[in-house]
Every structure is written in C-alpha cells, then in structure tokens.
Design a protein around this ligand. Sequence first.
Ligand code: ASP
Ligand code: MG
Length: 541
Amino acid sequence: MKDLDRTWVVQKYGGTSLGKLLDKITGDIIPSSLEHDRVAVVCSARSGTSKSTGTTKLLLEAISHATDPSLGSDERLDHVVSMIRDQHLEAVISAVGDGSRVSGGNPAQELELSIIEEVERLRVFLHAVHTIGELSPRSQDRVLALGEKLACLITASSLEQRGVGAKVVLLDDIVEQAYQSDPNGPEAAYEELGTPFFDRISIKIGERIEECGDKVPIVTGFFGAMPHSLLHSVGRGYSDLCAAMCAVGIGAREVQIWKEVDGIFTTDPSKVPSARLLATVTCEEAAELTYFGSEVIHPLTMEHVQRAKIPLRLKNVKNPFGAGTIIFPSNYLASRVSAEPSKMSSAAQSGISTPTSSFLLANGYHGDMQQRRRPTAVTAKDFIFIINVLCHRNSKSHGFLAEVFRRLDQHKVVVDLITTTEKSISLAVSSATANAREIKKATSEIEKLGTVSVTRGMSIISVVGHKMRNTVGIAGEIFSTLAGAKINIYLISQGASEINISFVVKESDTLLAMNVVHTKVLQIPAHSEQENSFSKGPWLY
Ligand code: ASP
Ligand code: MG
C-alpha cells in the first residue's frame, strides 16, 4: 500500500510525558506506530514532574506579573521567562544530542537558537504589556501558544535526529483562517453554533496536516485565539480537544491520548486493590467518570469523537504494549462494530488487541445477550458539603428553586447533585471547586429564602455503567449492599440517562462503600479472594 493511502492515527502526548519520556516517544512509540499507520502527533506544553510546574502554568504566571503594577513585578516577570527558557534549553541535548555526530548544520545549536529567539520575543512583548498595564484576551492566547510551540519544536527535532521526517504545524491562526470568509467573524459563529463551531476549524486543521505530505505532522495542541480567549471558552487541557479536531479533520481511525496511566479502572486502584483496567467504556461513561490518578480528558473531546464516530484510546507511555482503554462512541458500538469488523483489524496488526464485536456482545453492550448487565465502574469524590434548604415562605416551588440557583450562580458555586421536594432542596457541592468562603456567602443569602443547614465532610459515590440502562434491580442491589455494610446514605440521585446512580455518604464511610459496591455490585472479587482462587487453580505437574 502506498504510504499516503494508509489510515491515520492521531497521538496526543501530555506535557509530563514529553518532559520526562521524550526518548521513548520519538525513539520507540512513534516509529513503531508508523509501521502500520500514518501518525499525526499533537503536543501539549512540556511539564517537569507535574502540571503545576509546567510551561502553561509558568506562562500564566508571567502574564499575571506583566499585568501587575506593583513594585518588583517586572523582575518577577523576567525570572519566570528565564525559567521557561532554561527548562527548554535543558531539554535540547537529551532530545537531539550535542550535534557532534552530524556533518553540516548542528541541530542542537539550531534548536537552541530557535528556543532563545521565541522566548526572548515573548520577553519583549510582556515588558511592553507591563508598561501599558493591560493584556487583551486575544494577546493572552498568543502568550499561551508558546508552550505548545516549544514542545513541538523539540519533539520534531528529536524525530528528525532519529531519521524520521517531521514538520511542525502551528495552529496559531487557524480560527481566523477558518472564519476568514465569514463577514461576522468567529465571534458570531461561536455564539450561534456551539459545538459545530469547531467543525469548521477541524476541516482547516485537516488541510494543514495533509500539507505535510510524507512527513510526520507535529501539531501544536494550542489552536488559535478563540472568541473570549481560549481559557474562557475551552479551558486548560485544550490540547485534548485539539487532538479530537485533528482526528475529525483527517478522518482518523483512532485518537490516542498518551499519558502515564494504563487507562480507566473499575475504581481507584489506590483505594481498592482489586480494581481492574477496563478494556472499553462508552463516551458517556467516560464523561461521567473521573480518571483515577490522573486528570480528566477535556470533556469537549468526547463530544467531538462521539459525533464523528471515532474511537479514543488512552495509552501509557511507560507501557506502550498495554492495550489501554478504548472509549467508544456508543453509536459506534451499535452501528460499526458488527457492520464493519474489518475496520478494526489494522489495530490488531499493530499488536494492540481491539475488542471484537464478540467481546462487546459478551459484555452486554449491545445485541440480545445482555446478561452481564453489571455497572462498569464506581468512583468517589471527596470534600463534599451538603446544603439543605427548607423553604419557609408559601412560595411556589419552581420560583424557590430558581431563587436558590440564582444565588449559587452569583457566587460561582457549582452543584454536583440535587434532590428536591415541594418545599425543600438538598444540594451536594464540592468544596474543592468552589471554596468554602464562596459557599458561605451563597448560603447566607439563601437563608433569606428558608432554613439552611450545611453538613461537611461528605463524599459522593457514583456508580456508572452504560449497561445499567433499562436494568431492573441495580439500584436495589447497591442500596441493600450499603445497608448490609451499615452505611448511611444522605442523598440519592439517578439521572434520566440511567448510566449514573450517585449517592452521598460520610467521608469516613467512603472506602468501605467503594469496596462493597466494587465486590458485590460490580462483582469483582476482592483482592484476597483473587489470590485464593489463584492458589486453588489447576496446576500443571
Ligand atoms: N498545556 C495546556 C494546559 O496545560 C493544554 C493541555 O495540556 O492540554 O492546559
Ligand atoms: Mg493536558
């Protein structure tokens, strides 16, 4: 088959992986993937040991110093910019060597020069911002763009150094390009269209990727100045969404998000040792689950792959032969797996096992044999407050609800769960996202509407599963299991989608609740039983 006729795979690498494991990525993972597919690489900004010391974080810090009029802020600005420069210069030698083996041109030197040039340009710009004293959202986006650009320059040089042709694809202007023929510009389209707004950008990105010919496109996870700024309209983690748009734009057969975790587990392995890696989950399930030990995939990512029916696979840079977890759009499960089994075979050739339709059938995802209708996973979210409001006026309940929510909204308190009766309402809110002070301000205003009580130290446990849909008895099993373990429940909620049953327990009961649900409802044997059954197993003599 001609090289350019092969199917595309999009591989997105997280900042910490690029920071710590670049060698493995450019020396091992990308070259072996190229044996089976065309690969487009999306880079997030590099991080050191954690996202908190990452380049994006430092760039945001530089922005805040640049817009800070207080004494000494310009020195602090310089310090942060120099840190960004030095961190990237340090990466050069390990990425491309010292250049001594190369005749003609010195790649290490060239890369160093481009890094210095980029960073010093930013320094000049931010000093100008400091003098003027303000930075528009659009210019803020331009500053953030540098993180992904530097990551791409280093990744591409590292690949070139290993004899793999690579080309950096900068998406700084992709939003303007996509909307240049639109007389109202991207702003109007963004307001009107919501998600389809991104489709036009995807098409443009696809064109830019195809322009790379037989070189491996190394695409910046940053994708341009967005209406109201990228951080406001998309938020941190935007390069996941960029990977999804790349995949849509080039019609990839799969998007891979490479991190340093094996995938999604049935529960948090650090709390429940018998937790198992899940081979597949649906997009809806993934959207409901928090990913244990790592951050969540940007939620918009799921929407895009779902609409384009492209599977998304979580992979571990430290364990590239592991199959990871595939997030399947549920429409894909129903339509494609049985209709087009051949589509999936190229993944199998690459040594990655792909769930076949029989696996999906056996697990009750579709078809008639839906006997194994167990939930998929159980998760816990700590630091929850419960707010109970008992309405004391004789007002209508819908007005009461609206008034309560208006006050919560004013103080940016996000509600995780809610249950209501005609005259009372119970809310579970996370004290991690809204800080306790905001919750206090909101509740003191809500006190005008009714009697308020706040209970701290609670956890939300969520039982998630696509297969729970239309299954009678799961809720009964969950709650009788909890009763058996003498765990008191403070609030219960099941949405219409039926794929998530959530309830609130005391934080001190969280571990027990997760363990009993995992063992009795998901029916995954506890660690000790697994070991026992192993030692009892049939032996070969
Ligand atoms: N580097 C950006 C951030 O930290 C984008 C990403 O990681 O996806 O938010
Ligand atoms: Mg990220």
